[in-house]
Design a protein around this ligand. Structure first.
Ligand SMILES: NC(=O)C1=CN([C@@H]2O[C@H](COP(=O)(O)OP(=O)(O)OC[C@H]3O[C@@H](n4cnc5c(N)ncnc54)[C@H](O)[C@@H]3O)[C@@H](O)[C@H]2O)[C@H](O)CC1
Ligand code: K
Length: 501
């Protein structure tokens, strides 16, 4: 799914009105109908609803919803936050359409801001994508009061006060929503961890804006949906044989960290590689052989850490880094594997930390290789600590372009930065994945897909999607706290299976 800036969304709106064609007031009616349907399907038992409407089109959406929910016999009331004398035409019309028996109060001065102490759902439609500066005066006061109350808050399109396309610093004056119902596509800011408390649970409400505009308007931002993952996925055919699914090598492990390479190897197998081999220090040899009978194992001459490289040309993909440590001799071995590799490889964990300390390695990395740093590893690679996610993402994208590699910036909504400037945000996964071993599983999955001849960008996007999806299955089964990386790997089958649906 392509993501757009607020300016592009405004243009999309105008284009749809002109070309569908549809009147702007009818488009608002359609949007509010979809929002109302969502509320009815998901929150039917919450019968008391208070709308806080601004005087722009976001407020207009709220007035239509209030009317529709009133007709469905919900107990609705509205507050109008008069933040400006410039009132949108569609807002005015919908205010006049609001049934007279819906209580409606004006907020024009500080003393009009209500103290919220009744049990009611609060619907935030003060500002939408039209926000141009931090809220002040009565708007600020209303937002602070909504946040102070412990009532459930649903934000329409975007939490009021949150900038959609750039970093917001006025933290006190942004709605903290429990649920965001965003129209048509997520907005960039919703995908960043610092805005989590403002966004809450994100739901996308399609309102059928022009398909043609979407296809023809360029954007570098994407959100990987189930359908996108299905488009990449290639189901196996009946007569396929193991030779077709590649020969994967996982390089990792050191004394005390054999578990990491074990997880990556298991994940590589579960993600479908035809043959999977682990290269581990001698102390890991028996562990791998005894616990993963399906995998082959090469023992390094050294007992506790890897010191020797191997003949890399016979493997269709190599994943390097899980539990590998940073021993000087290991660094030499890793360098020589990277240097010998002729196809894209996957680098994680200490392999990335070694790269941070050896700038000259960049020129050795095969183009389109995949680097999977978490935020700390990325900051070490970039040599900078970032204050906000926008700057961090921009730096990751720049790094991907500059070095012709794919950077998988791990976190909630993992961002996959491609050398062509595209950034793909993942849509699956949960906080249960924030745990040791999770990254090892991801390295195994991505390398495995690469071994199966998925293109590097496909392996990264699909791998991250499947990892998250498997994590969702694991959490449903074991819970966020209790799920471990082995559960994620066990659940991979279900994640693949779902792609067939
Ligand atoms: N294309 C769609 O997705 C559709 C969106 N709809 C809804 O419309 C809003 C966007 O409406 P818009 O009128 O452009 O913006 P707002 O409602 O956010 O109002 C902004 C209004 O306020 C002024 N302003 C901005 N910041 C401040 C401030 N801090 N203080 C005071 N005033 C401010 C600004 O100049 C504007 O005049 C979108 O989010 C959807 O909810 C349609 O209904 C359906 C199609
Ligand atoms: K809003």
């Amino acid at each position: 799914m392509k993501l757009f800036t607020t300016q592009q969304i405004r243009d999309w709106d105008i284009y749809t009105i002109k070309n569908e064609p549809i009147d702007s007031i009818d488009l608002m009616e359609r949007a509010a109908n979809r929002l109302t349907d969502w509320y009815y399907e998901n929150c039917e038992r919450y019968t008391d609803i208070t709308f806080f409407c601004g005087v722009g089109n976001n407020g207009g959406d709220g007035l239509v919803m209030a009317r529709l929910l009133h007709l469905l016999h919900f107990n609705v009331k509205c507050y109008i936050v008069h933040f400006s004398d410039k009132i949108s035409e569609d807002f005015k019309q919908n205010l006049s359409r609001l049934p007279k028996n819906v209580p409606c109060y004006d907020i024009k001065e500080d003393s009009d801001v209500p103290v919220i102490n009744d049990e009611t759902v609060l619907v935030d439609c003060i500002f939408g994508s039209g926000l141009s500066r931090p809220p002040k005066g009565i708007t600020q006061k209303t937002i602070i009061e909504i946040n102070r109350s412990n009532n459930p808050v649903i934000a329409i399109d975007i939490a009021s006060g949150l900038y959609a396309d750039h970093y917001s610093t006025h933290f006190q004056t942004i709605i903290e929503a429990d649920i965001t119902l965003t129209l048509e596509v997520p907005k960039l800011a919703m995908l960043f961890p610092e805005n989590d408390k403002n966004v809450g649970e994100l739901n996308i409400i399609p309102i059928d804006l022009s398909k043609k505009f979407k296809e023809e308007t360029p954007s570098n931002y994407f959100f990987t949906t189930h359908k996108n993952a299905q488009e990449i996925y290639r189901p196996r055919k009946r007569f396929d044989h193991k030779g077709k699914f590649g020969n994967l090598l996982i390089v990792g492990g050191s004394k005390g960290m054999i578990g990491a390479v074990q997880l990556a190897t298991k994940a590589g197998l579960r993600a479908g590689a035809g043959k999977t081999t682990a290269l581990v220090p001698a102390c890991g040899y028996e562990i791998i052989q005894a616990t993963i009978p399906e995998a082959m194992c090469i023992s390094d001459p050294s007992r506790n850490h890897i010191v020797a490289s191997t003949l890399v040309s016979k493997y269709s993909a190599i994943g390097i880094g899980p539990g590998i440590g940073q021993h000087e001799q290991t660094q030499k071995a890793v360098r020589s594997i990277i240097e010998d590799a002729e196809k894209p490889i996957v680098l994680d964990a200490d392999a990335l930390n070694m790269l941070s300390e050896n700038d000259e390695w960049w020129s050795l990395i095969p183009e389109n290789s995949i680097l999977t740093p978490h935020l700390g590893e990325f900051e070490r690679l970039a040599g900078i600590q970032f204050i906000n996610s926008f700057d961090r993402l921009e730096a990751a994208s720049k790094m991907a372009k500059e070095h012709n590699v794919i950077i998988v910036l791990k976190g909630a909504n993992t961002a996959i930065c491609l050398p062509n400037g595209q950034i793909h945000f993942n849509s699956t996964g949960n906080a249960g994945l924030a745990k040791g071993g999770s990254g090892d599983a991801l390295l195994g999955i991505i390398s495995s897909l690469l071994a199966q001849k998925y293109k590097p960008y496909e392996a990264a996007i699909l791998g991250v999607y499947l990892h998250g999806k498997a994590g969702d299955y694991a959490s449903a089964d074991k819970g966020f706290e209790s799920m471990v990386a082995s559960d994620v790997i066990e659940s991979l089958g279900k994640a693949f299976f779902e792609l067939l649906k």
